[in-house]
Design a protein around this ligand. Structure first.
Ligand SMILES: Cc1cc2nc3c(=O)[nH]c(=O)nc-3n(C[C@H](O)[C@H](O)[C@H](O)COP(=O)(O)O)c2cc1C
Ligand code: SF4
Length: 522
């Protein structure tokens, strides 16, 4: 009898040797005459346990991890194909609190199914949302998405249903669905994990979006640094065409949707939706002034829906289980679930999909297990490089868009980067400003010039040259950037800078004064 094993092909698992482990298992099985099938699935999102190996047994999947090549022989001798004891045995992952306490809606299949098999996708409730959508009028699909309360997961949290309604109502023989898979924020990896672990759910979500607004062509704009996601998408798209899920006769309905992947060249600003459109059109990625909104005049001037990977991948379950089912998760105006990503100095880094409403503290300690170094957590940056640095006194803030806005923070993508008490927050403030200077598209002055001057001013504050005056100047500059920038790169960079200044003022007076010549001026 064939025994099925699962070894993740997710980039996080490959980085710690999963490929070698999978090969060693296959070789050992051949050597000992064991009949095994190794499925290369996505990651379950518990990175400290990778490379993780799961064995399908009559009692369910039994996990072992982290497994190294040197463990493989011992695992076979111990009888791991029957789920036997071994020092790396973890048991059923569903019994581990980190996993058991999650509410996996969008990531329901990630780490479970074979991302290269559309049959596996179908047998785990895949395509049910699409089948329902095919029987619905476009306006009813849009209504379901609106009623679910789904807001964009790419940062701005704009209600998806309102955007879709705008595109539906816009006149145009050709409309487009664009998936923003640029995922440039520090500490984020949920888009990548989803595309590598369950690419079909994104494809299904994009087809539903096409049916909803009358678009027949979709593009996934993928950052070029994601080769494994690219492979997974290419394979899934080919198999979706072969199975008439994509193309001119979606599941025999006579309706059409085509889908292509386009690789970005790696600029952070190309994640901003209008720069992304310029880049997709073959131009240098630069921010466009709005209006017009992309939903009215987007790609090649046509009505275009641009949504983040997780936003689109959340749509199939809404259509399948109903708007109310999805809406019942969450708090306030933040409905559904958010795949949170724990990164930086954290013991248990990985992905936690939870309904909105748990606190940052629960996430950091109950899931994350505190810092990796064992030292106190001093600060976290939530929401990527444009998110505020939050001190311990704000760790009880619930994961909710409005609650974060109230403390001048931002949930953004749900990426959380953790720092222990050895961090220098003045250097972090400088880093935030420097990041903006490097990544600015250069279109508007407050961002292009302001961020460069901002780095210089922070250097002067740290070096104690006219500290009080330069601190006033920095606040003034930040005010100009917030109010005068064309897009959120320049407009939000002041938040991490000012939060560091506000919550960690002692770090701005740490270093000994430098000669002005070292700073390049006064
Ligand atoms: C500088 C900058 C970078 C951005 N990068 C991304 C990104 O990598 N991925 C993403 O989905 N949204 C990104 N966004 C947000 C997009 O502009 C846009 O709001 C999003 O794609 C809309 O999709 P959603 O409504 O599903 O979130 C970025 C915005 C800015 C200002
Ligand atoms: S704020 Fe910066 S990135 Fe945005 S348009 Fe202006 S120069 Fe470009």
């Amino acid at each position: 009898m064939t025994t099925t094993l699962y070894v993740s092909r997710d980039a996080s698992a490959l980085a710690v040797g999963a490929e070698r482990v999978a090969c060693a298992i296959t070789e050992r099985a051949a050597h000992t005459g064991m009949d095994v099938r190794v499925v290369r699935n996505g990651s379950r999102g518990m990175f400290w346990l990778e490379p993780l190996v799961e064995v399908a047994t009559p009692a369910g999947r039994i996990a072992y991890g982290p497994v190294q090549v040197k463990d493989v022989e011992g695992l076979f001798s111990a009888g791991f194909l029957q789920g036997a004891a071994h020092p790396t045995k973890l048991g059923k992952l569903e019994d581990i609190a980190y996993f058991r306490k999650q509410e996996r809606l969008t990531f329901a299949r990630v780490g479970i199914t074979d991302p290269r098999s559309i049959e596996d996708y179908r047998s785990h409730d895949g395509l049910l949302g699409l089948k329902r959508a095919l029987d619905m009028a476009p306006a009813d699909i849009v209504k379901a998405v609106t009623d679910s309360g789904l807001r964009g997961r790419g940062g701005a949290a704009f209600p998806a249903g309102i955007k879709w309604k705008t595109a539906l109502d816009a006149a145009g023989a050709q409309k487009y669905i664009v998936c923003n898979a640029d995922e440039g924020d520090s500490g984020t990896f949920s888009d990548r994990m989803l595309m590598e672990g369950d690419p079909f759910v994104l494809i299904e979500g994009m087809i539903i979006a096409g049916l909803a607004v009358g678009a027949t062509q979709g593009y996934i704009y993928l950052r070029c640094e994601y080769p494994h996601a690219h492979e997974a998408l290419k394979s899934a798209i080919a198999s979706a065409y072969a199975n008439r899920v994509l193309g001119n006769d979606i599941l025999g309905s006579g309706k059409r949707f085509d889908l292509d992947v386009r690789l970005g060249a790696g600029a952070y600003i190309c994640g901003e939706e209008t720069s992304l459109l310029d880049s997709l059109e073959g131009k240098r990625g630069q921010v466009r002034a709005k209006p017009p909104l992309p939903a009215i005049s987007g790609l090649f001037g046509k009505p275009t829906i641009i949504n983040n990977v997780i936003t689109l991948a959340s749509v199939p379950i809404i259509l399948d289980k109903g708007a109310q089912y999805y809406r019942d998760f969450g708090m306030g105006r933040s409905r559904g679930t958010l795949p949170l990503q724990l990164a930086g100095n954290i013991k248990h880094g990985g992905l936690v999909e939870k309904a909105f409403g748990l606190s940052l503290r629960e996430l950091l300690y109950d899931y994350g297990g505190g810092s990796a170094t064992g030292r106190p957590i001093r600060a976290v940056q939530v929401g990527g490089p444009l998110g505020a640095y939050l001190p311990e006194s704000q760790f009880d803030t619930p994961i909710d868009y409005e609650a974060f806005a109230a403390i001048k923070g931002m949930l953004g993508y749900g990426g959380i980067v953790v720092f222990d008490d050895s961090v220098d927050m003045a250097q972090q403030a400088r880093f935030a400003m420097e990041f903006c200077a490097i990544e600015s598209c250069g279109k508007c002055t407050p961002c292009r010039i302001g961020s460069t001057r901002g780095v210089e001013v922070i250097d002067r504050i740290i070096a104690d040259h006219s500290r009080a005056m330069n601190t006033t100047l920095l606040r003034d500059l930040c005010d100009t950037m917030v109010n005068g920038s064309l897009c959120a790169l320049g407009g939000l960079t002041p938040y991490p800078v000012l939060s560091a200044l506000e919550h960690f003022p002692e770090d701005f007076s740490r270093e000994a004064p430098l000669p002005l010549s070292a700073l390049g001026g006064g």
